[in-house]
Design a binder for this molecule. Structure first.
Ligand code: FES
Ligand code: FES
Length: 188
């Protein structure tokens, strides 16, 4: 019996590893599933999943929106940042069952044409290097500008300090945020 329990736990853990998710796997039937209605980028999604599934997997594997990245999986790097209502949140650590009816916005939904002031400023400032962290950086910066349309360097450093960039693009990120604030003229 002990062996059986261990094996079920192991299988459940494996199912949530990004590289091993297979939603047709019959093992999913052994897990308690529930239906959730989500609004992601102004579109409605109905998903039948384990309530503990992180929002990140729903976004990437059910909605097919792969702009949001998996970095650490423990709310430490910011690669998975999306908007939950007006707030920037770490989708790797937000169970789908706690989302409720607040709208989710990912990098794909920040602007329909990709012309959000931050996206334009990012482009003009040539911010990305490998690019992996950048969707999370932009989403966090967008939440900052909504709350503080004219942030100082200190405001930016404080707000962005939890978003890690292994390529160290921090100076260009700060510059691009200031540029975006100017472009938006306080409208972002
Ligand atoms: S993947 Fe979510 S914070 Fe690192
Ligand atoms: S651009 Fe490479 S991790 Fe940030």
């Amino acid at each position: 019996m002990g062996k059986y329990r261990l094996s079920r736990k192991r299988k459940k853990f494996d199912l949530f590893r990004a590289e091993s998710i297979n939603f047709k796997n019959p093992l999913f039937k052994a897990i308690i599933m529930a239906v959730f209605n989500l609004t992601i980028n102004r579109k409605n999604y109905k998903v039948d999943v384990d309530p503990q599934m992180p929002l990140l997997w729903v976004i990437r594997d059910f909605a097919g929106l792969t702009g949001t990245k998996y970095g650490c999986g423990i709310a430490q790097c910011g690669a998975c940042t999306v908007h939950y209502g007006e707030d920037a949140v770490r989708s790797c650590s937000l169970p789908v069952s706690s989302v409720g009816d607040k709208a989710i916005t990912t990098i794909e939904g920040l602007s329909e044409k990709g012309d959000h002031p931050l996206q334009l400023a990012w482009d003009e400032t040539d911010v990305p290097q490998c690019g992996y962290c950048q969707a999370g950086q932009i989403m966090n910066a967008a939440a900052l500008l909504k709350k503080n349309p004219h942030p100082s360097d200190e405001d930016i450093d404080e707000a962005m300090s939890g978003n890690i960039c292994r390529c160290c693009t921090y100076k260009r990120i700060r510059k691009a945020i200031k540029r975006a604030a100017e472009k938006a003229g306080g409208r972002s």
